[in-house]
Write a protein that binds this ligand. Structure first.
Ligand code: GLC
Length: 452
């Protein structure tokens, strides 16, 4: 199959997935598979729409993206009471459904989703998409409209609210982002920190002082700085840092403590020694009191590169890790979502015995083509076009032939996921974006520096 045919097949999925409301396009369904694993795959998920939106923006079809941004704000008004308590304004829906027969649109704020998970990442993605929409179209007036400004303000007030954190990282419940099942991703997962950083940066650029107030903006700036330093220092793991942690003293009290979070060296998993190469590194998956989750989470690391949360050197080292551990982290179908998989007793404990998250499947070490855009973007941003090209060229035909699966199983990701949907929209959209970024890195301003 030639690349043209692969792209045509991806575009077919994307076009067939477009959802319309009152005759105007407002989003894309998550999957077209008739026998989809769950009924809400026919809804438009906020996070899933992002790569679709990128394709539309690159193709000059900006209207659907604008309609989507508007509709999501409108839907925020639908928030109700869940388990007896009123939800905070500022939370955005996980997904929405266009009801048949012109009966309107209804949103799910996690109150209907499997496991009743809170979509913390939705408002973050919404703001990031707003930023890219403005940069692509130049339509800054749209972001200045009261509805958009008010939505940003409400989200920031919720996301910046003090609760029980002792660090600048954001505290969230399990399954509150792309990994929306129990996977021991409660606490301070990396992906949320990367998105939070991107969200704050967007606010700094787009929130009008009159709307947010000087105090909110000052708070945004402060948190940006503290979050950035904290992630760069404490989430980072390379050989040097690993050696430090290995020889950490523990039980330190007071202001001079070096082992700030009281991480016990005994918690370093066996697989790390020998796996982490000399001149490579990554941000660990999660960090909290007495707890460092050493697993590698792809999306959080890639977004940290894209948003400038990682330093230039760290970005290079993450890509060096990809290069040297290609079979583990990329394999047959880019890219693995978490490495390594949790198994046995540990699996039962971490996932709550979730059969969908069996070792090397789904969120537990499955391979997700939808991450291809972020991989290609991060590789290109660090000058590693070779890695982006390798990932796209080696997988494109397989993805099209397999009819755009949602995820792949197996250590190397060569098996179509046991319960994966076919014709999954973000798998197809991500391939189109990755391919386009390689052809023309200027086609999407995801690289427009977020450094400040
Ligand atoms: C699954 C994924 C989630 C995605 C949704 C729709 O629940 O875990 O990240 O948004 O499917 O594709």
């Amino acid at each position: 199959m030639a690349m043209d045919e692969v792209l045509a097949s991806a575009y077919e999925v994307l076009h067939d997935s477009v959802l319309t409301h009152d005759g105007i396009p407002v989003g894309t369904a998550a999957a077209l598979d008739e026998g989809a694993a769950a009924a809400n795959y026919h809804e438009c998920f906020v996070r899933d729409f992002v790569p679709s939106a990128f394709v539309f923006l690159m193709d000059g079809k900006t209207e659907i993206v604008r309609n989507f941004l508007e509709l999501v704000v409108e839907l925020c008004g639908q928030q109700g009471v869940m388990a007896g308590h009123r939800r905070a304004p500022g939370l955005m829906p996980a997904s929405f459904r266009v009801r048949p027969d012109g009966d309107g649109v209804s949103a799910d704020f996690g109150d209907l989703a499997i496991g009743r998970v809170a979509p913390v990442d939705s408002a973050m993605w919404w703001m990031l998409l707003l930023r890219i929409y403005v940069l692509t179209t130049g339509d800054v007036e749209f972001a200045r409209r009261p509805q958009c400004q008010e939505a940003m303000r409400a989200a920031l007030e919720l996301y910046l609210q003090e609760s029980f954190e002792t660090s600048p990282a954001m505290l969230v419940p399990d399954g509150s982002f792309m990994i929306d099942r129990r996977m021991e991703v409660y606490g301070h997962p990396l992906e949320i920190q990367s998105l939070f950083f991107g969200m704050l940066q967007t606010a700094r650029e787009l929130l009008l002082p009159a709307v947010g107030g000087e105090e909110l903006l000052a708070n945004v700036k402060r948190r940006l700085q503290t979050l950035r330093s904290y992630v760069r220092m404490y989430y980072w793991l390379d050989q040097y840092r690993l050696n430090e942690i290995h020889r950490f003293r523990s039980e330190e009290l007071g202001a001079d403590a070096v082992n700030l979070l009281n991480i016990y060296p005994e918690s370093i998993p066996e697989w790390i020694d020998g796996w982490l190469p000399e001149d490579a590194g990554y941000f660990v998956g999660n960090l909290g009191p007495g707890r460092m989750d050493f697993r590698f989470f792809a999306f959080g690391n890639l977004l940290a590169i894209l948003f400038g949360l990682a330093t230039e050197e760290q970005s290079q080292q993450i890509m060096a890790l990809y290069e040297q551990r290609w079979d583990d982290l990329v394999g047959a179908t880019p890219v693995i979502i978490t490495y390594p998989a949790v198994r046995g007793e540990h699996w039962a404990h971490v996932t709550g015995s979730d059969p969908k998250n069996a070792p090397w499947s789904y969120h537990n070490g499955g391979h997700w083509p939808c991450l291809l855009w972020a991989f290609a973007g991060a590789a290109i941003r660090t000058g590693r076009h070779d890695l982006a090209r390798r990932a796209v060229e080696r997988s494109a035909q397989k993805l099209a032939r397999d009819r755009w699966p949602e995820y792949y199983d197996g250590r190397h990701g060569s098996l179509v996921g046991r319960r994966a949907n076919l014709r999954q929209t973000w798998s197809a959209a991500a391939l189109i974006v990755a391919h386009r970024l390689l052809e023309d890195p200027e086609s999407l301003p995801v690289f427009e520096s977020m450094n400040f």
